[in-house]
Write a protein of this length. Structure first.
Length: 487
């Protein structure tokens, strides 16, 4: 019996597949599957990158209107003169204190010699003034002794007055005795008890006694008048009476006092009052020293003598003039005030330069920063101390710098211009203003990656970063407290 055939009529039966081909896929299935997966993955990566950029842009404020700026020191002479040497040229690096150029020093050397001679002359005047002051002190001592002698003369004259009054009193007693004897002789003469010759002698003795009294009285008057007193005291006062302060007010004493004041004035000794008595003047003079030591007073008077002071001032002025001449001589050598690079040289040997004339400039390599002109609509979230990423066109994306906002300019560029814009009402067009913001560069190394003034910069400020450093988080800086310079 034969096997039955179950295949329908008209259908060709395919041969059975080999056993190994039952689990093997087509060779084009894998690449197609990876291509189908790569496109979504690429789209996902792009979306993630764009998302990150968009997310970062929410807390980044940037501008392409920013430039490198830096300090520049203009070199100018402090004295006029002719240039003898120029030791630098444009783009030369210099350090602080390096010689840049020299002026002809000869005219200033001559001035130094002239001022030195003036100092020597002033020192000689000091010596002369000291000698004059000591001489004046000697004269002052002599005038003081003259005053004391005048006072002693007054005392002597008062003694003479009293002595002459005593002589006058004695003459009056002699006159009284002579009158008594004359009267007795006059009574005895008729009785012939005495001779006529004896009577005549008594008469003569009386006349002599009367003359002696008159002479003695006139002598008293003369002595009183010599003291500046009235010949006869008023109100019947005794002839010996004289004022107690006569030795302070007598004319010769006042004359000697005036000469003493005049001599003292030459030495700068001016009394508190010109109506002082000699005693008051001497007491005031002695009070110049706590111990009343006259020698110490005179020594101090010599030091403070006006002529000596004037000579000392002249000497000091001459020394200052000499210092100025030496300073001008030093100014003939012009040096760099900062480290940097020479630019804008416009001076050559032989040029005659004036004070303040710009000869060249030195730009600092280290004191550089970025001036970023942000739109006014970008300033709301900016603060001092925020971190800034700086991209410099010169270096491209290969080199970025880190910065920090250090301050805001107190006015937009248009308001600080030399000729500010005049926006009249009729033609006003609102323009978004830009405010310069200063960005300091952190850890800047001028030797490795120098930045030149004027380079374009693109700063990006991270407004979400925590402000750091001085005045962090503020719009305005604190008031600077300058440190006093040391003399």
């Amino acid at each position: 019996m034969s096997d039955s055939n179950d295949t329908p009529p008209g259908v060709k039966e395919s041969p059975p597949a080999p056993a190994g081909d039952a689990i093997t896929e087509s060779p084009n299935v894998g690449p197609r599957r990876w291509r189908r997966l790569a496109v979504p993955l690429l789209v996902l990566v792009v979306l993630i990158f764009v998302g990150i950029k968009v997310a970062r842009s929410w807390h980044l404020v940037s501008t392409d209107d920013a430039y490198v700026n830096g300090h520049v020191t203009f070199v100018a002479p402090r004295v006029i003169g002719q240039v003898t040497r120029v030791l630098v040229d444009d783009n030369n690096r210099v350090r602080k204190g390096d010689v840049l150029l020299e002026l002809d020093p000869e005219p200033y050397q001559v001035q130094v010699a002239i001022k030195q001679a003036a100092v020597d002359a002033a020192q000689a005047e000091i010596t002369v003034a000291q000698a004059n002051a000591r001489s004046a002190v000697g004269q002052l001592r002599g005038l003081r002794f003259k005053l004391e002698h005048s006072i002693e003369e007054v005392h002597n004259q008062v003694a003479i007055v009293r002595a002459r009054v005593a002589t006058w009193e004695q003459s009056k007693a002699t006159l009284a005795l002579a009158r008594t004897e004359f009267e007795r002789a006059k009574q005895l003469l008729p009785t012939k008890a005495i001779s006529v010759e004896e009577f005549d002698r008594k008469q003569e003795a009386l006349d002599v006694a009367q003359a002696s009294v008159t002479q003695a009285l006139e002598s008293v008057y003369q002595a009183r008048v010599a003291l500046g007193l009235a010949a006869q005291p008023a109100d019947g006062a005794p002839l010996t009476e004289v004022p107690d302060n006569l030795d302070q007010t007598f004319s010769s004493v006042r004359e000697a006092l005036g000469e003493l004041m005049q001599g003292g004035a030459k030495l700068g000794i001016v009394p508190s009052s010109f109506d002082m008595t000699p005693k008051q003047l001497v007491d005031e003079f002695l009070r110049r020293d706590p111990g009343g030591d006259v020698d110490r007073i005179y020594a101090e008077v010599v030091k403070q003598a006006p002529e000596l002071k004037q000579a000392e001032v002249k000497l000091e002025q001459a020394r200052r003039d000499l210092d100025q001449a030496k300073l001008d001589l030093r100014y003939c050598t012009i040096r760099a005030e900062i480290d940097g690079v020479v630019t804008r040289r416009n001076v050559n040997p032989g040029n005659h330069v004036q004070v303040g004339q710009s000869l060249m400039a030195v730009r600092s390599l280290r004191e550089v920063w970025v001036d970023a002109n942000f739109k006014e609509t970008q300033l709301r979230d900016l603060r001092i101390g925020q971190r800034v990423e700086l991209k410099v066109d010169m270096y491209g994306s290969r080199q970025t710098f880190e910065g920090r906002i250090s301050g805001f300019t107190m006015g937009t560029g248009s308001t600080l211009a030399l000729l500010p814009a005049q926006n009249a009402t009729g033609n006003f067009v609102k323009v978004v203003q830009r405010l310069p913001v200063r960005i300091d560069i952190v850890d800047y190394d001028a030797e490795k990656v120098p930045l030149f003034v004027g380079l374009s910069v693109e700063p990006s400020v991270d407004v979400k970063s925590t402000p750091t450093g001085p005045n962090a988080g503020k719009f305005l800086q604190e008031v600077i407290q300058p440190t006093p310079s040391q003399p």
